[in-house]
Design a protein around this ligand. Sequence first.
Ligand code: F6R
Length: 619
Amino acid sequence: MCGIIGVTGADVPLDVLLGGLRLLEYRGYDSAGVALVALPGDDGSTASLWRRRSAVRAQSIAELESSREAAPRARTGIGHTRWATHGAATEANAHPHTDCSGEVAVVHNGIIENHRKLAARLVAAGHLLASETDSEVVAHLVEDELALGAGLAEAARRVAGELQGDFAIAVAYAREPETLAAVRRTSPLIVGRTGTLGVVASDIAAVLGTTRDLYALGDDQVAEVRPGSLSVSDLAGNPVDPRPVRVSWGVRAAQREGYEDFMSKEIHEQPRALTDTLLGRLHPDGATEFEELSLGEEVLGAIDRVLVVGCGSSYHASQVGRLAIERWAKLPATAEIASEFRYEDPVLDGRSLVIAVSQSGETADTYHALREARRRGATTLAVTNVVDSLMAREADGVLYTRAGPEIGVASTKCHVSQLVLLQAFALHLARLRSTLDADEASRLATGLAALPELVARALGKSEQYGAVAARIVEANDVFFLGRNVGYTIAQEGALKLKELAYVRAEAYAAGEMKHGPISLIDRNAVALVVVTRGALLEKLLANVEELRARGATVLALADEGDKETSALADLVLEVPPTEELLSPAVAVVPLQLLAYQIARTRGNDVDRPRNLAKVVTVE
Ligand code: F6R
């Protein structure tokens, strides 16, 4: 979840590091830090490390910026932005960590599972550990290897062999002022170069402004990064060719481009994200084409069950996907919370298709669920926004959402792209299995193709949020209710309100209210009901009546012109009408905007909500 950046060969490495950290901040913002290898002075002083760290949450990078003037002349440095796992969010626990000599600096993303054992060994040998983190042991282990005569890259290789867990690590060393060592297992790490520079980063976005000549390190690969050159080897020291990274978006995509924050930019990019995600994949007659999908008709034709797995917003998209797969392709399909699925002893075989849905392609819970599914013999498919991500590489097949980089911590454009891509894939399965007639397939394809336009229309209705937002702020506690696909929308709406606006919101399948939660309803209760116009409409409206009868304020999300709902509800948010099962991409938009508006009114940081990180690489 942390962000790593490193550069060597730069005239002002601190500029590269701080610029990179700004772009990485979405990965974690509890603290940040940089270390430079200060060049020897004219006075005969030797090279040394200069380090600055700050733990003032979202202001940490700004504080580092204020130390620019004090920065020494250097060509090489590393930086880090942290989401705390082991050890509180303090300056002492902020990266980079150093060894006892103060000559080795390390930044780390991931978890070193055997850190206690290693720390005990280091302390027994006389090392002084200054933090509560699992990461610091790496600096001291490297120190020991250097003392035995290894060069920096060799020391990093030997240390990596001792580590258990997931890690991406970059190391700088005062006595090799033009070298960085980088090593990884599971947590991603990119290395790159220009004619004069070498770079390391956990994310493409952080270095895309510097170079597009980028390579993804593989598991247990070590890179020696020098100005203009890279050499990569495995843990045994054998040279390997790192895999080039293809980047389909430009550096501007990871910038705010005039919006006040990434979240509003990304909400407004949703029509574009959907257009790109569907591009070339859907034909008006209902035919589908998934060029990169390596699961052929024979494999997919043999599938007898689908499990769609994800976390948070990706789980909500998975629920929409599973409804479409079951309804259109007539395959038994379930949606599973990834962190639970892995430990449920799932019964799977080659005819089970497990679809892992993840914006980042890196989320530990989903990644391990995917691996478990493979281990149990299932056919696997990753749906992700990040090309070549862990899950893209792990799964038998991959489908990419084409939403561009999502920097705001709360998922918006990736969530809608995921669910629409899953719906297009459901059509694909339906076609293979001949479960839809030609007219129906064509009607659904046309409906999917119209979604970008409908989302754009939903975005244009921001004038209607004020009164609804005021009622929610007043209540500070909201039920989100819906049935069938409306329940998935309700869950996503509640999640957005919780994570951005810090308002307690509970999503319920509306029919469940009478089985217990209705005892919470009184005149102070506020319920936001997602009214989707399908077979359950009358039953849903009856549920609304039950709430009104007990004095609740009813806020409704309903199709434009839905008079029946308007008559029942106290306030209505209108959305352009769509076919019921296609409605989530459109209906979620007002709920995103509502959460955004309330969060802004409360002065919350919408791009970096408290306690969260964009990429959750711990279980
Ligand atoms: C909510 C949100 C999270 C993510 C979840 C999974 O707005 O962003 O709930 O959806 O952490 O992340 P990915 O999709 O990267 O696996």
